[in-house]
Ligand binder design. Structure first.
Ligand code: NAD
Length: 493
């Protein structure tokens, strides 16, 4: 069986304890992907010490030179795109056309971060005093801990790791226990791109090891993507230890379909939003809010299309929708479906594990649609993270918006309508970080801010230029060339 090690200080090393864990292909639980190092406190200490030492010189490397290495990393991601996509599909299940997109996001992010190293602008500002100049510049902070979920094993880590390093920080990365192989490849690529030893380190292991990274006194920033439960736990630690913590957490995203919408377009959006990545995207459409005048018609269109999706291993070219990540997730999909029906929901299609032939060896759940839900239903409120879509009927635009905003979460939201007034009102009033008009709730672009409000985030934005606000501190410099003591305005008036 293939064995995978940690990457610390430019070396591939086993866990200090020698412990390992296994990871399985969710499309076939008989397929063991490999044996992975199980890191503990001693490994965390070693990785953080390496990152801290590397920071001493890395932050002095001119930013555009750091950008040159970043561009090279983008080239290598590009070269290894298809191979990496298959590795990712094998360990987390989504079809290769999706995992290729996952790698593409890292390619785009690498090139974007490289270009931003020539654009880490500050301000030059007139002083209150004579012969004095004021300016600001961005400073890297030190060691960044990156902890991520398994559903975008390359794209999401790239949103944090690449800009953090480009800005002059060093990184200790803990990939999810359910997608560790992708974390190993990430290290291989940054190693080949020529980043100095210690700038990027990977620790494989469980959530408790993630906790050790968060607690480590030399880790100054934590970039986290995962569930709201774990994110809030990390936020508490960050608050206590005065660390900057950027949290990207759960979602319960909704798509509105108005009576004046292009229904075929809205259907494409709903199917892709709800069942793309088997419903396991943070931005997945898990609530559909349909105007009463097109409700039954749209439900019928939806059912037909959902039933036509080809379910299978993501490594097969004909597959539209792969497995869920593990048996626990399969059980959760089933539990939530049954609960929704017991609370008055109407099962339109799905609601069962798929066990035809070899699919019985994997974690396949049928695309599931439950109609006649409203804000009193558990399914309308709780994230499933699987292919289970709940549908609610809206009497009017105002009612649809009320349903839309009835959520603890606020990642993404979308509306399909041809009414320009309603479209603009929705863009203003939908309580989310990412809003789509006549497009599904999924589909972020690397150069745009990404993140959510309410229970989804804590005010930071990854992606785009905003990510540098997470990974840098501002320094203000007052440069006095008057040769005399000048007092600031507060001391002169
Ligand atoms: P999770 O919260 O269980 O795990 C996320 C990461 O945190 C993993 O690496 C895990 O090992 C680690 N972890 C677990 N316990 C920890 C602890 N006590 N201290 C530190 N680290 C710990 O989430 P998951 O099941 O891997 O992913 C699914 C969740 O991620 C969903 O809720 C989904 O919405 C969310 N997600 C959000 C975004 C976003 O951008 N908002 C993107 C992708 C996924």
């Amino acid at each position: 069986m293939e064995k995978f090690k940690n990457f610390i200080n430019g070396q591939w090393v086993p866990a200090v304890s020698g412990k390992t864990f296994l990871n399985y292909n969710p499309a076939n639980l008989e397929d063991i992907i490999g044996e992975f190092a199980m890191s503990e406190q001693a490994d965390v200490d070693n990785a953080v010490a390496a990152a801290k030492a590397a920071f001493e010189t890395w932050h002095l490397v001119p930013a555009p030179k750091r950008g040159d290495m970043m561009r090279k990393a983008g080239d290598i991601f590009n070269r290894r795109k298809k191979e990496l996509a298959r590795i990712m599909t094998r360990e987390m299940g989504k079809p290769t056309f999706e995992t290729e997109g996952d790698v593409q996001e890292a390619i785009d992010t690498a090139y974007y971060a490289a270009s931003e190293t020539r654009r880490l602008f500050g301000h030059t500002v007139p002083s209150e005093m004579e012969n004095k100049m004021n300016l600001t510049f961005r400073c890297p902070v030190g060691v960044v801990g990156v902890i991520t979920a398994w559903n975008f094993p390359i794209a999401v880590p790239s949103w944090k790791i690449l800009p953090a390093i480009a800005a002059g920080n060093t990184v200790v990365f803990k990939p999810s226990k359910d997608a560790p192989h992708s974390g190993v490849i990430f290290a291989e690529i940054l190693e080949e791109a020529g980043f100095p030893k210690g700038v990027f380190n990977v620790l494989l292991g469980t959530g408790s090891m993630g906790d050790m990274i968060v607690h480590h006194p030399d880790v100054k920033i934590v970039g986290f993507t995962g569930s709201t439960e774990i994110g809030c736990h990390i936020g508490e630690i960050g608050g206590r230890l005065n660390k900057r913590v950027s949290l990207e957490m759960g979602g319960k995203n909704a798509q509105i379909v108005m009576d004046d919408a292009n229904l075929e377009l809205a259907l494409d959006g709903a199917i892709w939003g709800a069942f793309g990545t088997t419903g396991q995207r943070c931005t997945a459409t898990s609530r559909l809010i349909v105007h009463k005048d097109v409700y039954e018609k749209f439900l019928d269109m939806l059912r037909k299309r959902a039933e036509s999706l080809r379910i299978g291993p993501g490594l097969e070219a004909t597959t539209d929708m792969g497995p869920v990540i593990h048996l626990k997730s399969l059980e959760n999909c089933d539990r939530m479906t049954k609960l929704a029906v017991s609370e008055g929901g109407r099962l339109v299609t799905g609601g069962k594990r798929v066990t035809d032939g070899d699919l019985a060896k994997g974690c396949f759940y049928a695309p599931t649609i439950i109609a006649d839900c409203d804000e009193t239903h558990t399914l309308f409120n709780e994230e499933v993270f699987g292919p289970v879509l709940c549908v609610a009927k809206a009497d009017s635009f105002e009612h649809a918006m009320k349903l839309m905003n009835h959520s603890e979460y606020g990642l993404s939201g979308s509306i399909y309508t041809k009414n320009v007034n309603n479209a603009w009102t929705a863009a203003r009033d939908i309580e989310v970080g990412i809003c789509y008009i006549n497009a599904p709730t999924i589909g972020a672009e690397a150069h745009m801010p990404f993140g959510g409000v309410k229970g989804t985030g804590n005010g930071h934005r990854e992606g785009g230029w905003t990510v540098f606000d997470i990974f840098t501190e501002w320094k203000t410099v007052y440069f006095d060339y008057s040769d005399k003591l000048q007092r600031a305005q507060i001391d002169n008036y």
